[in-house]
Design a protein around this ligand. Structure first.
Ligand SMILES: [Zn+2]
Length: 450
């Protein structure tokens, strides 16, 4: 079997050294021009590899085709090129720890930092692996440069080996995933696939087909502003009302810090303003539509209750949909999930599905008609200085990508049974794509809960 670890390590360290952080406060698309540095590099590399239809779209995504050598569904593979705005991502200095000895890892640029297998048990399983970390002052950016390196390596391998059977494959490298703007309205059409996968997950074996459903909410409180010297009986402080509103919302339950597993939350992410006017920003999260609606209704109720205490104030609550649990669509058409499970089992893995307490580009894509589960890359401790990844884990992810392409080759197109008008997809040879072992243990638990 081809060893991909050297190529993956080279690609990851090269890509991570390029600053491509996104910025939620920027109104442009992509949100930062530096993301285009990565994109132009990928355009050059894909062109040099012999990929077809290589394109940098007006919305900043790079698309390319790996021509098929067999019938089968057109499959999309996605990774995002931006890194998280939550931590310093400038001047990333990736370093490789060859043959990890199982001990504590220290950092050249911050001696106070350590990464230990005691604190991070997954690390204990990686003795002997080649690990990639940052130097202590920045995140690494394996989220999601690992996905980029995995897809570029798989693409290189397939383009070098035209004899390997695969259907037509489409690659997409998206900007601005970390700020929830990775899926442009044009992307599903431009991608032109039957279904897709993001490579943006964690531990080896994790195939994620369930995410939060998400809404955003903005509460604006307008008080009555008067010179405080003449304010008796007249001034209405928006700050006091904002305090009352936060105080009235659940604090011992339904917050990110008091929930886990399948529990949702209401989270105030930002509050700013003055005595005259305050603006509070919330995110609402739940795995179920009903649960998400209930959280929105509770927020509105609290707003109304606070408004009732002070009729001179004006309180408005605006709720905006963000993304929806991909499970609703993947349940109706399990083709991509079953194909990923079967391919993972081909590699001797024991795949598991864990509901993600967040969203992915795949959540939006799935909702927009392109079923898109999320697959593991190996990335760990993302969005901070202790981020690390094993080259051997990335190699397993690369093999999964190749296995999916190989298994899908030879499938035939048919109209989707569950929603015939929606799109074409594949029902491949059942012997190839069914999932005889059924879903993993965790999925059974999830089904019981449902
Ligand atoms: Zn990511």
């Amino acid at each position: 079997m081809t060893d991909f670890t050297t190529e993956l390590t080279d690609r990851l360290t090269r890509y991570c050294a390029i600053d491509s952080q996104s910025d939620a406060d920027s109104p442009t698309s992509p949100s930062t021009a530096i993301q285009l540095d990565m994109q132009r590099l990928l355009v050059d590399e894909l062109t040099a590899l012999g990929a077809q239809d290589v394109q940098l779209t007006p919305y900043g995504a790079v698309l390319a085709t790996i021509p098929g050598t067999a019938a089968g569904p057109t499959i999309g593979f996605l990774a995002h090129v931006d890194t998280a705005p939550q931590f310093n991502a400038t001047n990333v200095k990736p370093r490789v720890i060859k043959g990890y000895n199982g001990g504590a890892i220290t950092y050249p640029d911050d001696p106070t930092l350590t990464l230990t297998p005691e604190a991070f048990p997954y690390l204990a399983q990686k003795q002997g692996h080649d690990l990639i970390t940052a130097s202590g002052l920045t995140l690494l950016g394996a989220d999601d440069k690992a996905g980029v390196a995995i897809l570029m390596t798989a693409a290189r391998h397939l383009l070098d080996n035209p004899d390997l059977p695969r259907p037509t494959l489409r690659l997409a490298f998206t900007p601005d995933e970390e700020i929830g703007r990775g899926v442009d309205a044009q992307l599903p059409k431009d991608l032109g696939v039957d279904f897709a996968y993001t490579f943006d997950g964690g531990k080896v074996g994790e195939i994620e087909d369930e995410t939060f459903s998400a809404d955003g909410a903005t509460v604006v409180i307008k008080g009555v502003s008067i010179h405080p010297g003449y304010a008796t009986g007249k001034l209405v402080s928006a700050i006091h009302l904002a305090g009352k509103l936060i105080q009235t919302l659940p604090q011992a339950t339904m917050t990110p810090e008091t929930t886990e597993g399948r529990e949702g939350f209401i989270h105030a992410t930002d509050m700013k303003g003055s005595a005259a006017e305050m603006k509070i920003t919330f995110i609402l999260r739940d795995f179920e539509r009903e649960g998400l609606e209930a959280k929105g209704a509770l927020l509105r109720q609290v707003c109304e209750a606070v408004a009732a205490t002070e009729p001179r104030a004006e309180i408005t609550c605006t709720i905006t949909p963000q993304y929806r649990n991909m499970r609703y669509w993947l349940e109706a058409d399990r083709t991509p999930v079953d194909l990923a499970y079967a391919s993972a089992r081909d590699l001797g893995l024991d795949p598991v599905s864990i509901p993600i307490r967040g969203g992915t580009d795949g959540s939006r894509l799935t909702e927009m008609g392109v079923p898109c589960p999320n697959l593991f890359t190996g990335m760990q401790n993302i969005h901070g200085p202790l981020e690390w990844i094993s080259a051997q884990d990335m190699q397993v992810a690369t093999r999964l990508c190749l296995a999916i392409a190989g298994r899908a080759a030879g499938g035939e197109r048919s109209v989707c049974r569950h929603d015939p008008g929606r799109r074409q997809h594949v029902v491949a040879d059942p012997a190839k794509t069914t999932n005889p072992g059924g879903r993993g243990r965790i999925w059974k638990v999830v089904q019981e809960i449902l």
